[in-house]
Design a protein around this ligand. Structure first.
Ligand SMILES: Cc1cc2nc3c(=O)[nH]c(=O)nc-3n(C[C@H](O)[C@H](O)[C@H](O)COP(=O)(O)OP(=O)(O)OC[C@H]3O[C@@H](n4cnc5c(N)ncnc54)[C@H](O)[C@@H]3O)c2cc1C
Length: 453
């Protein structure tokens, strides 16, 4: 190990490994730190769905062999009363999470990054208002300080570096409880099917909109099924574990008795909202869930963390070359993210707030009339925005004519989402203009929250 690294990355998840791979390829000395054992990095209960573009983003092959369970081609969206549904196309891979995690780690190590595993980062090192490394506790209980020019917090939802920084260095936005989704899932045999449960060869997701979140049923290899839900933590929302188990118990002819896996893996929580307004500070970048770079409708976080890691690594490499790793010099990462995927996620976050604000009757109508239908859901689940041409607007108007209040709510919310997207695309290149930008963003969100209430 070196005395000082160009870049220390806390967390060897998808975001940390992507950052390490690209930064090492650019010639930086990189140390990846993870509290897990090397062989466990990436491990999680069962499979994850990873949109195809995530692999193209860092030029790596799509999953194959044991890593690939199924190519995911469809998403079936069902209304809360399960009477209405539509199908949207998907382009994703159902991927063995541990094998993918180990593959991403191998790319990082092959590119030249060092790994310090079984090391729990316990605090950042701060000097003269700059983050200059981290202190961690090693497997034998001893503490070690590790120094770097730039530190990347890629430690997931707990954001262990970001959360321990004083306000003068990094001013984090607080997350509202209802913007965090709590998940629960079980893996069982799929022994039957019905209108709202997929047959075992269905290449995709069944997704029932309910409780301001969604319930999923996803067939996995060998006749098994991943069944569960992710529900935002509104105080009056039920516990996702209770909802899942009730559903399973009500369908003994569909789900086998044996439980092959349950829970979620390392955490049941997902920060389901648009990104942290600031993704950089002096000597610091945030990547992945540590920066809330998540898909706000599907809850997919791997693609956002990979895109972010690639962008962050490029900007960090340039900053280190100039010898200036200040917030201002790293600002370009904030700009690149906000104008690209950040703008997409802000738009889709608005749609998430719209859907969350609808009661079950409104959602039944939304699905029945396809007021948000295959086109919208297909875009949302691929991390893309959408627009309507005049013919689509007219068609929606006629479909929704019996539900004018709902139709108006959707159109007004959609227009505000487009505005929010534009605000993100106009993110300031100069860090000094950030406060004014944040004010206009917060104002647009306030307007949206009035519309969707
Ligand atoms: C139930 C559930 C299902 C999901 N399904 C999908 C899906 O199908 N598709 C998808 O794309 N996303 C899915 N997600 C979201 C996805 O798992 C995350 O968004 C994604 O893993 C975030 O990547 P990351 O690199 O930011 O963080 P993580 O993958 O969380 O990696 C963080 C790493 O940091 C390490 N770490 C944490 N604290 C410390 C510390 N103090 N010191 C050292 N190391 C530390 C951890 O060990 C971990 O390896 C799901 C999430 C949940 C909860």
């Amino acid at each position: 190990m070196l005395e000082t690294y160009d870049l220390i990355i806390v967390g060897a998840g998808s975001g940390g490994c992507a950052t390490a791979k690209i930064a090492s390829e650019k010639g930086l000395s990189v140390l990846l730190i993870d509290k897990r054992k090397k062989k466990d990095i990436g491990d999680k209960l069962t499979y994850d769905t990873i949109p195809a573009y995530a692999f193209r983003e860092i030029d790596i092959p799509y999953p194959e062999g044991k890593e690939l369970d199924m190519k995911m081609e469809k998403l079936k969206v069902l209304s809360p009363n399960k009477k209405h549904h539509f199908e949207a196309p998907l382009d994703a891979y159902l991927t063995h999470r541990l094998l993918l995690g180990q593959r991403l780690l191998k790319y990082a190590l092959d590119a030249g990054a060092d790994l310090l595993s079984e090391a729990d980062v316990i605090s950042p090192l701060v000097e003269d208002n700059f983050v200059v490394g981290v202190k961690c506790m090693l497997a034998d209980g001893s503490e070690k300080e590790l120094r770097s020019k730039v530190t990347c917090d890629a430690s997931g939802i707990r954001a262990v570096v970001r959360n321990m920084l004083p306000k003068e260095i990094y001013n984090a936005e607080e997350i509202r409880p209802e913007d965090t989704v709590q998940c629960y899932r079980e893996v069982r045999d799929l022994i039957g099917t019905c209108d709202y449960v997929p047959p075992s060869d269905y290449p995709g997701w069944y997704c029932i909109l309910q409780n301001r979140g969604y319930f999923w049923i996803v067939p996995e290899g060998d006749g098994e099924v991943n069944v569960g839900c992710g529900l935002p933590m509104f105080a009056d929302n039920p516990d996702p574990e209770d909802v899942t188990i009730d559903f399973i118990n009500e369908h003994p002819q569909i789900f086998g008795e044996e439980v092959y896996g349950k829970g979620t893996g390392p955490t049941p929580f997902i920060p389901m909202r648009a990104d942290q307004p600031e993704l950089v500070a002096n000597g610091l970048v945030l990547v992945g869930e540590a920066g809330w770079q998540i898909a706000t409708n599907s809850g997919f976080g791997v693609p956002g963390s990979i895109v972010a890691g690639k962008l962050a690594a490029g900007v960090v490499a340039k900053a280190i070359e100039t010898g200036d790793v200040s917030r201002e010099k790293l600002w370009e990462y904030n700009v690149l993210w906000k104008k690209g995927q950040g703008a997409v996620r802000a738009f889709t976050d608005g749609i998430r707030l719209l859907v969350q604000g609808l009661d079950h009757d409104e959602l039944n109508n939304l699905v029945k009339l396809k007021l948000l239908g295959p086109k919208e859901f297909s875009h949302l689940w691929r991390d893309q925005t959408f627009r309507y041409n005049i013919f689509e607007m007219v068609a929606k108007f006629f479909k929704g004519i019996g539900n004018i209040p709902l139709l108006l709510k959707i159109f007004r919310a959609f227009r505000t989402c487009v505005k929010i997207e534009k605000i993100y695309q106009d993110f300031p290149e100069d860090a000094r203009d950030f406060d004014a930008w944040k004010k206009s963003k917060d104002k647009a969100y306030k307007k949206l929250s009035k519309i969707v209430k």
